[in-house]
Design a protein around this ligand. Sequence first.
Ligand code: PEP
Ligand code: MG
Length: 314
Amino acid sequence: LQAEAHENRNQPATTEDGHTIEVCANLGNTAHTPDAVDRGADGVGLLRTEFIFMAHPEAPDLATQVTEYQHAFDALNGLPLVARTLDVGGDKPLDYWPLPQEDNPFLGMRGIRLSLTRPDILETQVRALLTAAGDRPLRIMFPMVKDVEEFRAARAIVSQVQAEVAASDVQVGVMIEVPSCALLASTLAPEVDFFSVGTNDLTQYTLAIDRGHGQLSAESDGLHPSVLRLIRMTVEAAHAHDRWVGVCGELASDPQAIPVLVGLEVDELSVTSRRVPLVKACIRGLSLETARRQAEKALSLATVSEVRDALEAW
Ligand code: PEP
Ligand code: MG
């Protein structure tokens, strides 16, 4: 299977009954973009830009960031790039951005909340992304958004920069990582261009299990029916408004989860570059109709063990 997946890596991920899913790569380093393209990625589905910030002793200036993002766009040769704006706090420290002392940093200043306290940093980043993109396809998404108010505040910064920097193919979306956002997806959908489900954080916040917890790691599973229901709500709301939905958390490369996500009709999966050929091969071996039935079955169950057992038996 490995050899066959590798050989066909540049073919689209189309199911037996003709339904195509984009399979993109998650990157933390733009220098790895050529490798992602070489492995057959249909684009970059998640650029974790905090790694670019971590590689510098202070926040990289506009010119530094432009050069950085240009590397990715050049290597992508017209394929889309989904850049997540700086996601700091919780499990993601940044030396030169001291965070407040908090009892629960995972429930405190992190992600977009933190970025909105320093709009100058966010604005510089957005300016660098738009400048580097030019007429190439750029999708900007905000991390850890909890509702439309936060999205609007961040979106306003993009709109303001867009008025000054010409970039012709830009979409603006939100990550679905906080359950409130999935529950309110129908109120967000009319205002966003897309959603990308971050199952790592969405699972953590839905099940109240720290994503890095050693002892509880087996229970921290994105195939939990509660998480699947949130993903379904997100997809239904998005499609009702003609928006696309990706999944960029670890769940997207889990062989048991792929049929379920395809059956829930997500439009894009974004995974570690190394896994792109296998995820594409796995989708080619599915039919949308069967995947829908698998998703339905998973959604009808009560616990994650029931879901895993049912999928295993399938
Ligand atoms: C996620 O939370 O699922 C995600 C993709 O973002 P990160 O893992 O970087 O928090
Ligand atoms: Mg996350």
